[in-house]
Design a binder for this molecule. Structure first.
Ligand SMILES: Cc1cc2nc3c(=O)[nH]c(=O)nc-3n(C[C@H](O)[C@H](O)[C@H](O)COP(=O)(O)OP(=O)(O)OC[C@H]3O[C@@H](n4cnc5c(N)ncnc54)[C@H](O)[C@@H]3O)c2cc1C
Length: 412
């Protein structure tokens, strides 16, 4: 089985790259060890986050560090035993979070964020998935005057990027989300982002479009990747697949390929949980709601109301710890009339993160035909299609819509 390109990883990032390569005339085989879209691209909050123009930096104010240090914040938790293993990465992250470097990261990410909604729109249209899409943005609530001050000041910081948002008092919030309980004193309604009611169905729908247009999906383990002369070869259930070019889009597992090939790229994971809930009585949520103080999101999804937590810093495969989700759930029950949990066990996922808050997109410096597209951190759902376009433009020698150098693999 010979193709022009093999794409390893059928999450939102891999399938988007596969679609963009295919529309430029490349024959593509997409390979995953599971069915498409069943890992990180399944469990997220469903935001196509046009409003996140400033990447999520590490807080540098003493008060915030102290608060996180106490390890009782619902938005960020850590396992003490894991911190020494992550210390070099955290130090780099801290360095990149200075105001000067954060501005560099913001400028680097802006061309991607600016196009994220239109790039999804194009694929959603072609894949006939508009029933999954909401165009009503998302709402950020605050319950204390301190929270209000911080949320409004953060909104002011992004004013220069021309985002559309409404500041709501409690009554205006109630008009937009009538079933919220009385804890919020106000909110910001971010209008530019779109959201989806089922990120897994979106990813699978993109794969269906890819296959309808002649693409091949095969089950196989990316770790079987080998090189023979000019060719890259992967073993799949249907036999060996060969191509001159291969794309690593394995999200948090991408190091399984780049590490053995000798690349020292500082990929780490920020873990996160989700759980679905019923709603009491006739209660309904119209769009995702983020609790500013709690750092969790409630999103109306096809399986129920999905609560996604903030960040947990723990080993890749460390066992689940119930505390972060339990804490967020207790707060969420004051925000919305949640009923019982739908699943017996929370979902656990891993955001693939680089310390300079931008992904790795481009050719591997020392291996011809090996391409990287991973590390989309908190915004992989948002950025899948737009980074797929950029990668495909680079691979086919087209003029790229933005300067790809901030994402190159040899920047570390
Ligand atoms: C709690 C939480 C909430 C989030 N909310 C949002 C949000 O609202 N908006 C947003 O934009 N982003 C959000 N994210 C981030 C987003 O989900 C990720 O950045 C994105 O899904 C990464 O996509 P990916 O395709 O790179 O990785 P994945 O979806 O993980 O895909 C990688 C694929 O590689 C496959 N794979 C791994 N190892 C192998 C192997 N050896 N062989 C073959 N296949 C393999 C896996 O099976 C998987 O299908 C959230 C993340 C979390 C954890």
């Amino acid at each position: 089985m010979r193709y022009d390109v093999i794409v390893l990883g059928a999450g939102i990032v891999g399938v988007s790259a596969a679609l963009h390569l295919q529309s430029r005339g490349r024959s593509v085989c997409l390979i995953d060890r599971r069915s498409p879209g069943e890992e990180t691209s399944y469990g997220n909050a469903g935001l196509i986050e046009r409003a996140s123009v400033i990447p999520y930096a590490m807080p540098r104010q003493f008060s915030a560090l102290l608060r996180y240090g106490l390890n009782r914040s619902p938005d960020v938790r850590y396992r003490l035993a894991h911190l020494p293993k992550m210390s070099t990465w955290l130090f780099q992250y801290w360095l990149h979070s200075s105001s000067k470097r954060l501005l560099e990261a913001t400028n680097a990410m802006l061309p991607l964020i600016e196009r994220c909604v239109t790039e999804h729109d194009e694929l959603i249209d072609r894949a006939e998935l508009t029933h999954l899409l909401r165009r009503s943005g998302w709402i950020e609530t605050f319950s204390t005057s301190e929270g209000k001050k911080k949320a409004l000041s953060a909104a002011k910081d992004v004013e220069r990027y021309g985002l559309n948002y409404d500041i709501l008092d409690a009554a205006e919030l109630k008009a937009r989300e009538p079933h919220l309980l009385d804890s919020p004193i106000g909110a910001i309604h971010w209008r530019d982002p779109t959201t989806v009611s089922d990120p897994e169905a979106l990813t699978k729908g993109y794969v269906a479009l890819f296959m309808k247009r002649g693409g091949r999906f095969a089950s196989g383990d990316a770790r079987s990747l080998s090189q023979s002369g000019q060719d890259w070869i992967v073993a799949t259930e249907e036999g060996l697949v060969t191509a001159a070019e291969v794309v690593v889009a394995l999200g948090p597992w991408s190091d399984q390929i780049f590490k053995p090939l000798g690349y020292r790229i500082p990929l780490a994971v920020k873990r996160g949980y989700h759980m679905h809930y019923g709603a009491k009585g006739e209660a309904k949520l119209n769009q995702p709601v983020l609790d500013f103080e709690g750092g969790y999101v409630l999103t109306p999804m096809s399986k129920g109301i999905r609560l996604t937590t903030g960040v947990e810093l723990a080993g890749f495969d460390a066992p689940q710890d119930a505390r972060q989700l339990d804490h967020a759930e207790a707060m969420a029950r004051n925000l919305f009339p949640l009923a019982e949990r739908v699943e017996p066990k929370p979902w656990l996922g891993r955001r693939p993160c680089l310390p300079d808050m931008r992904p790795v997109i481009g050719e591997a410096p020392r291996h011809k035909g090996l391409w990287f597209n991973f590390g989309h951190a908190h915004h992989g759902l948002t950025l899948g299609p737009v980074t797929g376009r950029l990668l495909a433009e680079m691979m086919t020698g087209e003029e790229t819509f933005c300067d790809p150098s901030p994402y190159r693999a040899d920047r570390f």
